[in-house]
Write a protein that binds this ligand. Structure first.
Ligand code: ZN
Length: 176
């Protein structure tokens, strides 16, 4: 049975390590499959749209994501590589490992990523919007990078009276 693992917070050393590549032979290991299932359970419980293994204190190159749209299924990506990145966009962003904050960051608007799925088969994901943002955010985690390293106007994600602030708080709570 999958269980919800603890999400480590900014200041934990695992978040700052460059995570190790996963050996393809390891993917079929029941313990590795359990890790994937636990990461999905942890992401949904948070709730968030993505979660990288270092956030549950496992320094390996994989992440899970579910951007909740009609075009993209929930996915796990092992040993991801950015194949293409185009155009830039300014976005609000939050992170499950930096709870309670939101900031503005420049991201690529469209990205294409390759990697392996949970069966060890080649996988390609490409898109824009939240999908592209999430892919970049999770791959940063695998390289020991947090969005706060580059964010501007970092501020507490508190909902205030006007709608704009509430929208920002929502974006932060949908962190990864
Ligand atoms: Zn994050």
């Amino acid at each position: 049975m999958p269980y919800v693992r603890e999400i480590v917070q900014d200041g934990h050393p695992t978040l700052r390590r460059v995570a190790k590549r996963v050996a393809p032979a390891e993917i079929a290991d029941p313990l590795f499959q359990q890790l994937i299932d636990d990461m999905f359970a942890t992401m949904y419980a948070a709730p968030g749209v993505g979660l990288a293994a270092p956030q549950v204190n496992v320094s390996k190159r994989l992440f899970v994501m579910d951007v909740h749209d009609d075009e993209h299924e929930p996915a796990v990506v092992i040993n991801p590589k950015i194949e293409r990145a185009e155009d830039e966009v300014e976005l609000n962003e939050g992170c499950l490992s930096v709870l309670g904050y939101v900031g503005e960051i420049t991201r690529f608007a469209t990205v294409a990523v390759s990697g392996l799925d949970r069966y060890g088969s080649k996988l390609h994901i490409a898109g824009d919007g939240l999908l592209a943002q999430c892919l970049q955010h999770e791959i940063d985690h695998l390289n020991g990078v947090l969005y706060i390293d580059r964010a501007r106007n970092l501020r507490p994600a508190v909902a205030e009276d006007d709608d704009e602030d509430e929208a920002v708080a929502e974006a932060a709570s949908a962190g990864s």
